[in-house]
Design a protein around this ligand. Structure first.
Ligand code: NAP
Length: 297
């Protein structure tokens, strides 16, 4: 009897010690993140103002990218050039550059005050963002077959953008976004969330088709067939554009709209460039296939 009670007290001491240790870690990290945010911003109003400014700045960046796209292709993949720095291994580049878009929101959600995290629309929108970036940073890079190395400048720009956008979307949704009661049953939310889901599936499926054009070890290009590629050359880009347009419709904020606009500008220009490139490269390229919008453009 004395033996079992001493085992019990040892176990409870062990559990309590670890529980206290873990709790102190949580409190410690919460305190650190809170301290960082308080150092950066003197009040919540100021942080919200900065989030708004970051959204407008992203729109300006989209505009600059739009103008630049008349003079230069996005310098990675088939258009990679040594003018944009030394080559970075493609799997390493995609993994490292996209990871902040997953880790920054994860840290914010786990270790910073999240006043709106218990609200259903905020949770669903955050889940959309996480789903996309878990796939993009932890799965997509390791499936790439024979991709071209990424120039250093493109890699760094994508890395910085993912920190920027990860903070913008996750902080707004977890702490500030206020939706009216019943927002998840509003047509904007239902249509937006459905668009996000359909776009995500098209994007993943199209990237899967592209990947399987190459046998292991191959690096050349072939005509993509099947899925949305029967209609457009930029099927993966069309999927991602629809995805973030849906996110913006469901999110109904300047923050999500800025990201959707940026994605649209970057990927529509890349889709148009790819289409022209295919027409030049393959004489037997399907004539009815459009660049980005089925039957239209
Ligand atoms: N939200 C945003 O702002 C944003 C920005 C950029 C990209 N993305 C997303 O990131 C993903 C990849 O973008 P990306 O610009 O790299 O797409 P991509 O140019 O279509 O290339 C995707 C992959 O498929 C390969 N590939 C493409 N066409 C091929 C063909 N005809 N034959 C054989 N292999 C082919 C590419 O190899 P090579 O590397 O050798 O060309 C690359 O590994 C897409 O899902 C895109 O939507 C999102």
């Amino acid at each position: 009897m004395g033996g079992s009670s001493s085992v019990f007290s040892m176990v409870s001491w062990y559990v309590t010690k670890h529980y206290l240790y873990l709790s102190s870690c949580v409190v410690y990290r919460l305190a650190i993140m809170d301290a960082i945010l308080k150092t950066l911003f003197s009040s919540e109003e100021q942080e919200l103002y900065v989030l708004d400014c970051l959204s407008y700045l992203m729109m300006v960046m989209a505009l600059v990218t739009f103008v630049a796209s008349f003079f230069e292709h996005m310098p990675y993949g088939r258009y990679a050039s040594s003018r944009y720095g030394f080559p970075v291994n493609v799997k390493f580049a995609w993994f490292v550059q996209e990871l902040p878009a997953f880790l920054v929101p994860l840290n914010l959600v786990l270790w910073s005050p999240c006043a709106k995290i218990m609200h259903l629309p905020n949770q669903i929108l955050l889940l959309m963002f996480f789903c996309h970036y878990v796939q993009r940073s932890l799965i997509y890079p390791f499936l790439i077959r024979g991709g071209k190395s990424t120039p250093f400048v493109s890699f760094i720009l994508a890395f910085v953008f993912c920190i920027y956008n990860g903070y913008l979307q996750a902080r707004y949704l977890s702490h500030y976004a206020d939706y009216p009661p019943g927002w998840v049953t509003h047509p904007c939310f239902i249509i937006g969330a459905s668009m996000w889901f359909v776009g995500w599936i098209i994007n993943i499926h199209s990237d899967h088709i592209l990947r399987n054009l190459r046998k292991p070890g191959e690096t050349g290009y072939k005509i993509p067939r099947g899925g949305m590629f029967e209609y457009v050359s930029g099927a993966n880009f069309l999927g991602e554009i629809v995805e973030w347009a849906g996110f913006a419709l469901a999110g109904h904020s300047i923050h999500s709209a800025a990201f959707a606009l940026f994605t649209f500008i970057v990927l529509s220009s890349r889709g148009m460039d790819h289409h022209k490139w295919y027409l030049r490269k393959f004489e037997d390229y399907p004539k009815s296939r459009k660049a980005l919008i089925p039957f239209v453009l």
